[in-house]
Design a protein around this ligand. Structure first.
Ligand code: FA5
Length: 339
């Protein structure tokens, strides 16, 4: 009797500790096979005294049945486990979520491509620059009230005796004199795209935004070239029915200066809630001021040029009828995935 109990307990432990189906299969022969300890007990029944033979036979059978049951339960659990870790190659695939470029990056790519058709090449100038390039070389001497329009962030760092303080560039116009210094002798046809920073925030202003700056310097450049460039850009970027107009304005670094307007895409220039009078402002522009050419060591008697600086977020807003440019930076996937 004790033999059967011990044998049964040993077999139970082995079955329960099998780690996989292969181990369990091997145990079957060991526990239930012809030469197993259980089979030997059955064979030896005849050697027992007749009064205990019957009970011993019943106990052996019971042990066999219980162990079979345990064996099958263990088998089912190992099979289920194996299935859950296996890959079902016939299962339908899960659709991968594909990302895409942010709206601002898409616009930058498109703008660069349009201007490259006119021979402008993309340059990159610092986002943290000296006061000299952001203001002084652009005909805005220290303390000049025109600087206030740029609501600038100044960097808390030592000043340079010649170049002054460091600023987070409030516009891409800092690239103008830098480009003149780099090229030295015109022609110059530059597009400078960069992040800009100003202390502003509302539906049409963000503290960080992007501008693209165009600068063309050559002999005999006139306002007609400026207007033709804007018309080409506008029709390619916004569509063939959109037209531009130049509205007189004032910038210290261009003379004459203009603001550039484009007909509204919603009302086609008739006037609506978005544009009020049929026109939307794209950005600033003008003929490069002789003092700026001089700051870039270019002779204003030989060369003339035009420059413009537009906000990329506003340009996108005008194309997509975005009611608030701050949406571009809220990282809301429901908004971004529409474009
Ligand atoms: C300028 O920044 C001049 N440097 C543009 C220029 C360049 C004029 C070359 C002449 C020659 P203004 O401050 O108007 O100008 O800004 C130009 C454009 O930048 C605006 O029309 C607008 O589209 C965009 N912009 C300005 N501030 C913000 C802001 N906080 N958030 C988003 N866009 C802005």
């Amino acid at each position: 009797m004790d033999n059967i109990k011990k044998l049964r307990e040993e077999a139970e432990t082995k079955i329960l500790s099998a780690q996989n189906l292969e181990d369990l299969n091997k145990l079957y022969i060991e526990i239930f096979g012809k030469n197993s300890a259980l089979a030997n007990l059955t064979k030896n029944l005849s050697s027992l005294p007749p009064e205990s033979r019957r009970q011993a036979g019943a106990n052996i059978n019971q042990a066999k049945q219980d162990l079979e049951k345990l064996y099958q339960t263990k088998r089912v659990s190992l099979v289920t486990n194996r299935k859950s870790t296996q890959i079902d190659v016939t299962a339908p695939g899960k659709k991968q979520q594909l990302g895409h470029l942010h709206l601002v990056s898409q616009a930058i790519e498109e703008i660069v491509e349009i201007f490259s058709k006119l021979g402008f090449s993309l340059q990159s100038y610092p986002e943290v620059d000296w006061d000299w390039y952001a203001f002084e070389a652009l005909n805005m001497p220290k303390g000049h009230p025109a600087r206030d329009d740029w609501e600038t962030f100044f960097v808390d760092a030592p000043q340079n005796p010649k170049y002054g303080r460091q600023v987070l560039t409030p516009h891409t116009s800092n690239g103008q004199v830098r480009e003149m210094e780099a090229v030295k002798t015109p022609p110059i046809r530059m597009i400078n795209i960069s992040r800009c920073y100003r202390r502003q925030i509302d539906v049409s202003h963000t503290p960080m935004f992007h501008q693209f700056e165009g600068l063309l310097v050559d002999k005999k450049v006139s306002i007609t070239d400026l207007k033709g460039t804007f018309d080409f850009f506008t029709k390619t970027f916004f569509g063939p029915n959109r037209i531009t107009r130049l509205r007189p304005h004032h910038f210290r670094f261009t003379e004459p200066s203009f603001e550039v307007d484009v007909t509204c895409g919603v009302c086609a220039g008739r006037g609506c809630r978005l544009c009020k009078e049929g026109w939307l402002e794209l950005g600033g522009s003008g003929m490069v001021h002789p003092k700026v050419l001089e700051a870039g060591k270019i002779d204003p008697k030989t060369y003339t040029g035009f420059a413009f600086g537009w906000g990329i977020e506003r340009t996108i807003a005008m194309k997509t009828e975005l009611p608030d440019i701050r949406l571009l930076y809220q990282n809301d996937i429901r908004f971004l995935e529409q474009f």
